[in-house]
Ligand binder design. Sequence first.
Ligand SMILES: [Zn+2]
Length: 455
Amino acid sequence: MSLEINLIDDSPLTTIKKDSSSRKIRFSCITQSTPMTADEILKLMENSSEELIKSDSKEEIYKNISDRRCRSDGLMNWTSYGDKCIGCQILYRLSRTSTLKNRELEISIGKYRGKKIKIFRVPGFREEYRRNKILETINNKINKGDENFFTVDNKYINYVFISSVYNYIFKDAGFYNQYLWNYGCGDKLIILKKIIPIRSVRILSQNPYFSGVRSPVENEKVEIIKEKTCFQIILQLLYICTTLRKYNFCHSEPVIKFISYMEKTNTFQLGDRDFTTPFILVLENCCSSSISFEGKRYCKFNSGKFYYQGLPVEKIDVFISPTQNFTREEYKSKEYNKARCHYYLIGNRLQGFINYMESGIPIFADSFQIICFFVSYLLDPIFYSGFSNSEIGMTIWRGLWRGEDYNLLMSDMRQLRDKKRNSTEDIRSIVRKYYIRIDALDYLVHYFTKQKENC
Ligand SMILES: [Zn+2]
């Protein structure tokens, strides 16, 4: 029997509408004969992250929906024979087409009509997170942590799981990532992501609402973004990073290619202030991101790359900073306390640092992440064009670094910006060379939320 999906929009019977909106359906209990509207399906997909995270056996993420016998490959290969799995039938009913072009599904019915979803087919079937005691031992040595570590071999399963935790954490705050839903079909994992059209600062700046004054010379098009928009980006990023810090989140590749923007108003609290922004910053995690949730740490298994190698930084040092220090421990002299600042230099230990990070062992995760994102933004010519106009913004940025490093750092960044380079490797090649403030995230939150002009 096929899955039935009714069009409630067309139904003359309002009582049916009422009934269906109060029905409680979960993906884990639908069968091929469960009648569902397209809107209900989309809602279920939106709620699937929460359903997974709240389930008792969340490490077995394939308990969701999976069918090894299906041959239609997530609607990529629609054959006339054999039953389609429930997941593929759901996709078919949403799009009303039997084959998908460009891996994109356009919803053809209901209130989400016209919205597009991207379908990814990746290898993997029935892989689960397993306890990893080696990582626990290393984490105990490095961080004195006593968490239970869980790793999974398949990086896509890790992507789905971390994305689900992310969506769950930010559910009430109005932030989310692209991830929508997954199911198992044949020997593939099918991942659905929302298509977010504004994929870069450049595209965001094409909206006159976010773009600043263009060149006064006719015919010479200079793209520029408002200082205020730059600040709204930074504030949202700081909010997201501050929230994720509670979960010891490691992105692993903190660069702006993982960030996109939705034109939708959002309000959030940072420091002791409320902020409202006309767009939402959508941060996508990557396949080797890791997170701690309810006493367990979830990460991708990093085979062969990993062994205990001590603290993977070249130096940790204390310098007197011209700006306020946010490190929490106390020393004897108040004046010294206020001015001293802990920094670390990754230097020649970069590979070890990356191995730890990609294996899920957090080391200076919050400061490293925010510094990498910030460097990546300032390598973006459009963002830089707006942000560098702000005296206060540049002063805050300068305060992140040691005075003697600043000019060299800016010259390194200028060279990369001129060559239009902004890859993960480019960012790492820069940040490894300079001392990074351990309190970078608190420092930025303090100064960005204190200043009034652009917020
Ligand atoms: Zn299927």
